[in-house]
Design a protein around this ligand. Structure first.
Ligand code: F6R
Length: 247
């Protein structure tokens, strides 16, 4: 289903509320909530609202385990553009999550260790019983995570090559496209698909044309997000600008 909100703020507050309800219902059962998280501009207001719920309404993340979608490769965790740094600054430093419950693909691995790391990442997710709720943004190439055009629907966590458009979109953060890594480690489309619930968020008219393709377009690995149409557990949460081209 597609849900259109008047603006990003209202939509983000609603997504945060749903995450909070999941965390609380798991707490009541003495269970952990397993969240799949995204970086980038799209989820920032969701994370802000989760921080507010923690600070002002006592929401605890003590029973939360997180798996991030992706990380650039190579990337040092303390670099400005690292997704480790992004998550710490935008969420983890401000809530009571246990450090050992945070999982982000490691951008510092030796090349020969990546395959094993990716397999273990998958196994660790399964070991927690799978992801309860996966947050996604969408790139202008139609990528989810860093599953660029050409990604297979059953792909797992792996090293991928970033699309040129993705690298250009990231160039501002890196002070020029030449500094953007050419590779990343990402959960696969198959990994994402196993989540019990998936929320893809998109704001802004810059996303309108790719959102139209993702929601209404023919299934194709040319636009990896189209595969989400196959899952009954996906919800597209949009603001009016991102939804403007939908029929
Ligand atoms: C980030 C990720 C990417 C972004 C996408 C949109 O972890 O996996 O798929 O969600 O590139 O980025 P923003 O939100 O910056 O427009």
């Amino acid at each position: 289903p597609v849900t259109v909100y008047s603006d990003e703020q209202t939509a983000s507050a609603d997504v945060a509320k749903r995450i909070a309800s999941l965390i609380i219902s798991k707490q009541e059962k003495g269970e952990q909530a397993v969240l799949g998280l995204a970086t980038g501009a799209t989820p920032v207001k969701v994370y802000k609202e989760l921080i507010r719920l923690h600070k002002e309404e006592g929401l605890s993340f003590a029973n939360v385990v997180t798996f991030n979608l992706d990380e650039y490769y190579p990337m040092k965790p303390d670099a400005d553009q690292s997704y480790v740094r992004f998550m710490n600054e935008n969420l983890f430093n401000h809530i009571d999550i246990a450090a050992e419950n945070i999982n982000i693909p490691n951008g510092e691995l030796a090349r020969e260790d990546i395959e094993d790391f990716c397999l273990k990442y998958e196994q660790k997710i399964s070991g927690f019983g799978g992801i309860d709720l996966q947050l996604l943004g969408i790139g202008r190439t139609g990528h989810i995570g860093f599953n660029e055009p050409g990604s297979a629907p059953n792909s797992g966590t792996r090293l991928v090559t970033l699309d040129d458009l993705t690298r250009r979109d990231a160039s501002r953060d890196f002070g020029g496209v030449a500094n953007v890594p050419t590779k990343a480690i990402t959960m696969g489309i198959g990994t994402i698909f196993k989540a019990k619930e998936i929320i893809l968020m998109a704001w802004n008219e810059k996303k309108a044309s790719i959102v139209k393709k993702a929601v209404e377009g023919e299934l194709s690995s040319d636009v990896p997000a189209t595969f989400l149409q196959l899952s009954p557990n996906v919800e597209f949460i949009l603001d009016t600008d991102a939804a403007v081209s939908l029929t």
